[in-house]
Design a protein around this ligand. Structure first.
Ligand code: DO4
Ligand code: MG
Length: 293
């Protein structure tokens, strides 16, 4: 089920004005939508749940926080920050394409997921590819689109990527970017989308809880505006309402860092919350899903 159909998009637009964090969760009676009020999750049907943690909004048993929306499509923009351009130039055997796209009028845009097959929610495992030895999380602001050029809200996105596969040849981009659990969204959908820049902080913890990377950036460092990215995405392209556009990463860990199974990635955006996901091998998820077929 898609949370955000045309009617939902209209409702979010109508409710515009008061900044609200929208969530979805599973409880004993099924999936509910709700909002966060003074740190408490309040379901539309009246259920009140106190999160275990006010940043991640992780919920106690028998409740489970879900994706705030199930987007029909997830798109990504790339090389929208100088840091991303420099990292790509460093990793790639074909360097010019990144400098050219950073300076060009037309942005890089690519399809990351459709039908929510590869996108996971807060607390669920994200994955690294088994045929890659250099993987990174990409913390990004994710715009929720109304399909008509408007942005109805924002959430946090993680565009998990393989740097060595893309670095070998830019034509391998879909393989570097699109695989099981390569995308995470959440924990909440903030609506309406504020005009102010967002601070984005990322921490990566190892199996023992030790911090192995931390960094922060701001969307004020982006080369392009959100409006420009949405306008290019929708040109001659029927993107369904409720789809999501990730707007690029400005945080890249040092070149000797690779994301590994057992790590936990935490992405914090003040006003939205913290998106936290443990890391596994993509193959382990596929084994599990075929076991249930
Ligand atoms: O060109 C590769 C994609 C870069 C990207 O995903 C980003 O800058 O966030
Ligand atoms: Mg990215």
């Amino acid at each position: 089920m898609l949370l955000l159909d045309r009617g939902d998009v209209r409702r979010l637009r109508r409710e515009g004005g008061l900044l609200t964090r929208h969530v979805r969760f599973r409880g004993p009676t099924g999936v509910e939508t709700g909002v966060v009020v003074d740190g408490t999750v309040v379901g539309d049907g009246g259920t009140r749940v106190e999160p275990l943690d006010r940043a991640t909004l992780a919920l106690p048993d028998p409740y489970e926080l879900l994706l705030p929306i199930e987007p029909p499509e997830v798109w990504c923009a790339g090389v929208t920050y100088e840091r991303s351009r420099d990292a790509r130039v460093e990793e790639s055997a074909v360097r010019d394409v990144y400098t050219l796209v950073y300076d060009a009028d037309r942005p890089e845009l690519f399809l990351k997921d459709a039908s929510c097959r590869r996108t996971v929610g807060p607390g669920s495992p994200i994955a690294v590819r088994s045929d890659s030895s250099w993987n990174v999380p990409e913390p990004e602001i994710a715009l929720v689109l109304d399909g008509e050029g408007g942005v109805v809200g924002v959430t946090i996105g993680n565009d998990v990527s393989s740097r060595d596969i893309e670095g070998a040849n830019p034509l391998y981009l879909p393989q570097a970017k699109v695989y099981a659990a390569a995308c995470a969204l959440g924990p909440a959908l903030l609506s309406p989308a504020p005009d102010e820049p967002f601070d984005i902080r990322m921490r990566i913890l190892d199996q023992t809880g030790r911090e192995v990377f931390s960094g922060e950036t701001s969307t004020s460092r982006m080369k392009r505006s959100f409006g420009e990215l949405v306008e290019f995405l929708l040109r001659d392209n029927p993107v369904p309402p409720g789809s999501v556009l990730l707007t690029g990463t400005g945080l890249v860990p040092p070149d000797d860092f690779t994301l590994e199974p057992g790590h936990v990635v935490e992405i914090e955006v003040p006003g939205i919350g913290t998106l936290a996901n443990p890391v596994v091998l993509a193959t382990s998820l596929l084994e599990r899903s075929t076991a249930h077929v």
